[in-house]
Design a protein around this ligand. Structure first.
Ligand code: B12
Length: 213
């Protein structure tokens, strides 16, 4: 049985075209989109993070790897989003102010769409007031905040505080996530929930909104 070694190596080496090609090959061989994502693309990116930490990789290598992962994700996106369920609720997703990491946020958005949610993508480096404005404008039921830097975690609290001070906190549930985030931090800043990956994010969204799993 074919494993994902080559795909992981291509993510690490930032080989965009090969990543897309290998993802297609695995799908043709009968692998599921979720399996390719969970066991091929994401572990490849985790190794990139480790190499960066150890000083073996620098920003350009990280960027190339991120682009190659996105190329793979583009192939998987229609499959992960395929769902015959009518939108159950609206989720506004964004990466908080000061932070431009969007791979995790995009994965969560893809999985939520696959779970039947309508997702409005606020993008990256989103200021607290912008989240409130977009939530009002779009009538979002749930807000998903993503942060990958310890230095931008406080932006999550600022965002929750902005919903509170602008009198809109009661209208929405707020979930948070990202590599440095914990359940303790979610409790500390008054978020309604935390999930450590995209699959759990869908479960959490359903739980918070009382939607049947
Ligand atoms: C790729 C990457 C980049 C790319 C980002 C490209 C992009 N378009 O996103 C680039 C090169 C631009 C980059 C820049 C920087 N980066 Co960077 N980056 C990474 C790297 C290697 C991977 C992140 C990633 O995409 N992981 C894969 C995804 C799938 O995982 P994830 O984001 O955690 O998401 C999952 C869960 O957390 C969860 N989730 C995520 N969001 C949400 C939201 C909700 C609501 C829920 C429920 C769940 C959820 O579900 C997701 C899917 O399962 C990490 C190392 C690592 N291993 O984490 C460093 C890392 C995050 N970066 C780091 C740093 C320091 C930086 C820079 C400051 C570097 C610099 N000196 O300039 C800049 C900051 C720029 C900025 N202002 O944001 C550090 C952060 C250290 C810290 N603790 O604060 C890390 C940890 C690397 C390291 N080991 O030192 N980076």
């Amino acid at each position: 049985m074919q494993n994902y070694d080559e795909l992981r190596e291509c993510v690490i080496a930032g080989k965009k075209a090969q990543v897309a090609e290998l993802v297609r090959k695995h799908l043709d061989e009968g692998k599921t989109a979720k399996d390719v994502m969970d066991n091929g693309l994401i572990p490849g990116m985790a190794i990139v993070g480790k190499k960066f930490q150890e000083g073996e990789f620098f920003i350009p290598e990280m960027l190339m790897a991120a682009r190659s992962l996105n190329a793979g994700l583009e192939v998987l996106r229609p499959l992960l989003e395929a769902s015959d369920v009518k939108p159950v609720a609206k989720v506004l997703m964004g990466t908080v102010k000061g932070d431009i990491h969007d791979i995790g946020k995009n994965l969560v958005a893809v999985m939520l769409r696959g779970g039947g949610f309508e997702v409005i993508d606020a993008g990256v480096d989103v200021p607290p007031d912008k989240f409130v404005e977009l939530a009002r404008e779009n009538g979002a039921d749930l807000i998903g905040l993503s942060a990958l830097l310890t230095t931008t975690m406080p932006s999550m609290k600022d965002t929750i505080d902005a919903f509170q001070s602008q009198g809109y906190r009661e209208n929405v549930k707020i979930m948070i996530g990202g590599a440095p985030i914990t359940q303790e931090y979610a409790d500390e800043i008054g978020a309604d929930g935390f999930a450590r990956n995209a699959s759990y994010a869908v479960e959490l969204a359903k739980k918070l909104l009382g939607v049947a799993a």
